[in-house]
Ligand binder design. Structure first.
Ligand code: HPA
Length: 240
């Protein structure tokens, strides 16, 4: 498949080796304008905005993925297979099901359980252990500690349904030590394994599903900025 791809119109070489992946393309633009230096737009197909700039001298791209495993997988696949991206860091939100994880806390997804079948497709029908890249995870944990960010490292559950008709099996997830639910990470980790690249999901708790609390929009912005700083500093430490 020659570049540009069906969903990305950037030229070869337009993306850096490391990319931040928020779900919302307007958040990609926000990161480019507020956290990167010299960022230029490299994709706008379907308004899925992508940018490349730098952070503390390190070339970094940022692009939206949309919501859910299928949308995220399309973009991540094309970035890796056609544009040579090697490090994918999802910066997103999650709903905490562990009482320990409070609103605004950061969760580093060590691994992702899922009700999606995508990793079984990739793994001959068996259950693949979708895990973060250890070096990236360690870098993010070190940065969080240095920044004094309240961080939890553990499992998330990647769900295909945001609105479920069944009662969600939160009790089982809690019993098995799953910290939070979200909708992309298992797909991203499986894809990274398939292509031999590295991935990490850094998530802020936007909903506390046990306590029934949601973040205010001001809090969303502040904690989003803190998460992006953490992710960018982790990339710098990882590259060092
Ligand atoms: N469910 C799934 N994904 C989410 C949630 C949730 O409650 N909150 C943020 N992302």
């Amino acid at each position: 498949m020659p570049t540009p791809t069906p969903h990305i119109s950037a030229a070869p070489g337009d993306f850096a080796e490391a990319i931040l992946l928020p779900g919302d393309p307007l958040r990609a633009r926000y990161i480019a304008e507020n956290h990167l230096e010299g960022a230029r737009e490299v994709n706008a197909v379907r308004n899925m905005l992508g940018f490349t700039g730098s952070y503390k001298g390190l070339a970094v791209s940022v692009m939206g993925t949309g919501m859910g495993v299928p949308s995220t997988s399309i973009y991540a696949h094309e970035l890796v297979a056609e544009y040579g991206v090697k490090i994918l860091v999802r910066v997103g939100s999650c709903g905490a099901i562990s009482a320990e994880a409070k609103l605004r806390d950061v969760i580093l997804a060590v691994g992702a359980c899922t009700d999606s079948r995508v990793n079984r497709w990739r793994y001959d029908g068996h259950d693949f252990a979708a895990v973060a890249d250890f070096q990236l995870l360690r870098a993010a944990a070190r940065v969080a500690e240095a920044q004094g960010v309240s961080v939890h490292a553990g499992l998330v559950h990647t769900s295909d349904l945001f609105y479920s008709s069944e009662p969600e099996p939160f009790a089982t997830m809690q019993k098995m030590g799953v910290l939070a639910v979200e909708m992309e990470t298992a797909g991203l980790y499986g894809l990274a394994a398939e292509h031999g690249v590295r991935a990490l999901a850094v998530l802020t708790v936007s909903d506390q599903l046990v306590a029934g609390e949601v973040m205010s929009s001001d809090d969303r912005q502040t904690s989003f900025d803190a998460m992006v700083r953490l992710a960018l500093e982790a990339l710098v430490l990882d590259a060092g």
